[in-house]
Design a binder for this molecule. Structure first.
Ligand code: ME8
Length: 517
């Protein structure tokens, strides 16, 4: 039987600068979900990329006296490097300047046109280049100098030009029906409510082409116009599956299972995008899930304040896995979160080095020292052993349930609660005292602990791929026995196997090192 498919995407970033931690966070979280689904038996396609067109790119390039293409090439290289730097397992990296994307955009446009949803008129209104978004007069605020600003705080300018329009007003009821028919189409709920009230407030037709600059995809049949950058950008998700081709290795992946995006671009993904797709007669993505924003010690990051966090540096200083664990554990997925060096060191030392690292180190070195590295067979299990195993067996069910809302933090919280109990179990059973007095109990306690470590390691692979692989190595688990079918109690760690020499896997972060960096 062929595997069930799972198509997941990040937003595609504007390569108008280097990637910052917000981009890194989105990639890490999306990667953890993709890895979870692969381990849980899905045929996964995970896409990320860059959004290279538009006025913002063109203006930034002009300021730097280079072409928009040169700017895109330079920064896209850096975005691509972020994949390996954060251990992302994306299957493709799409650039909107690629030929394949031009073809798909033209085809989508033609479908919307054939449906009677595109007409030529004149746009006169406000535009924010920083947001690449049109705003209604009523949404703007005026400052003391008489300058107008979008609700996002970015400046707007008056635009007046010939433009193609999309009949978004025709889609108001269809969108409301969609949000009602598929209640988890937009998550979390706060975002759904926000979009619902926006759409209920009425939708105006959307300007979908520009004529005053040329860095974009030409409109079919009228190349004086280029497509509005969001029409082009959103289409990337379909391009990567090969559409409009109907055969090919990736056509099976559309519609996407989920678009993971930041909360600032929810309107584009949950109003415009489904409307374009309905018009073109394409199936809709199943869900759009919005993560929150990251702040630096509670403050908004900005280039002018100079507090923008570089994801490459963070991975170098703390290690990729510690960084991934920190963000996914600390920030409830869907809510805003904050980063500080103290908080990451605290998590690294407490959760990873102390709780999980020490448990592995203490139990496995006891096996190495006293049993010549041979994992013991368990004797009869007492209630304490059974309760410990029942807890770890229950984790996969809870994890799958949490994954229904992409609640990665909940999975980690539940897993580390089991780790804490395993530490209590280990300490309470005092295996060091049993070694001579009751060798059978000694073996059983070590076996139960190893079994807990095995399941915790398998389940934590999506978040910490590298360190869990090392932990599974020293537990003697072959690569073919690391997927989620191995969880829940049907399979147990095999007593009698000789384990490799244990090594320390989760280093403590020593503050002195931080001062050096
Ligand atoms: O919006 N914390 O690109 P982008 C968390 N090209 N996430 C953040 C963040 C922060 N401080 N800052 C940005 C675009 N993000 C468009 C997307 S998709 C068809 C086109 C997130 O480079 C942001 O919410 O401005 C978005 O999901 C992603 O980073 C790229 O942002």
């Amino acid at each position: 039987m062929s595997k069930e498919t799972f198509y997941i995407t990040t937003a595609i970033a504007y390569p108008n600068g280097a990637p910052h931690i917000g981009h890194g966070y989105e990639l890490i979280a999306t990667d953890a979900i993709a890895r979870f689904m692969r381990l849980d038996g899905r045929d996964v396609f995970f896409l990320t990329g860059s959004d290279e067109h538009g006025q913002k790119m063109q203006q930034t390039a002009e300021r730097e006296s280079i072409t928009a293409k040169e700017l895109a090439d330079r920064n896209t290289a850096r975005f691509r490097e972020m994949g390996p730097a954060l251990n992302s397992s994306n299957d493709d990296y799409i650039r909107t300047s690629e030929d394949r994307h031009y073809k798909t955009c033209a085809a989508l446009w033609q479908k919307m046109e054939a449906a009677g949803d595109i007409y030529l008129d004149k746009y006169a209104g406000w535009y924010s280049v920083r947001d690449e978004a049109y705003y209604d007069e009523s949404e703007l605020t005026l400052n003391a100098d008489g300058k107008r600003f979008a609700p996002t705080g970015t400046p707007v300018e008056w635009v007046e030009e010939e433009s193609y329009f999309f009949r978004l007003s025709n889609y108001q009821q269809k969108l409301i029906d969609l949000y009602e028919r598929v209640p988890n189409f937009i998550g979390p709920d706060a975002r759904r409510n926000e979009v619902m009230s926006f759409v209920k407030g009425g939708l105006k037709d959307l300007s979908i082409s520009r004529t005053t600059f040329d860095w974009g995809i030409p409109v079919p049949g009228n190349p004086k116009h280029i497509m509005y950058v969001w029409v082009d950008a959103l289409t990337n998700y379909v391009t990567a599956t090969g559409w409009p081709e109907t055969t090919g290795p990736r056509t099976k992946f559309w519609p996407a299972d989920v678009h993971i995006i930041g909360k600032d671009i929810v309107r584009f993904h949950t109003v415009y995008w489904p409307a374009f797709l309905m018009s073109a007669g394409l199936p809709l993505p199943k869900r759009v899930f919005c993560h929150g924003f990251l702040f630096n010690k509670g403050e908004k990051m900005s280039k002018s304040v100079g507090n923008v966090i570089d994801p490459f540096n963070l991975a170098k200083v703390y290690g990729i896995d510690a960084m991934r664990y920190f963000f996914l554990r600390e920030v409830p997925f869907g809510q805003d979160g904050s980063y500080s060096p103290e908080a990451i060191v605290q998590r690294m030392n407490a959760d990873l080095a102390n709780d999980l690292g020490n448990l592995a180190q203490r139990s496995l070195s006891m096996i190495a020292k006293n049993l010549e590295g041979k994992l013991p067979e368990p004797g009869a299990l007492n209630d304490d052993d059974k309760a410990m195993l029942a807890q770890v067996d229950a984790l996969i069910g809870k994890a799958r349930e949490s994954m229904g809302d992409y609640a990665l933090h909940q999975i980690l919280t539940a897993t580390w609660a089991v780790v804490a109990d395993a530490n209590r179990y280990f300490a309470g059973n005092e295996p060091w005292a049993l070694r001579k007095s009751n060798p059978e109990r000694f073996g059983t306690v070590l076996w139960v602990t190893a079994e807990v470590l095995r399941q915790v390691a398998i389940l934590s692979q999506p978040v910490m791929p590298e360190s869990t692989a090392k932990l599974l190595d020293i537990l003697g688990i072959p690569a073919s026995e690391r997927d989620f079918t191995q969880l829940g109690g049907k399979v147990r760690i095999k007593g009698g196997t000789t384990l490799p020499a244990p090594t320390a896997i989760f280093p403590r972060f020593v503050e002195a090192e931080e001062a050096k960096s």
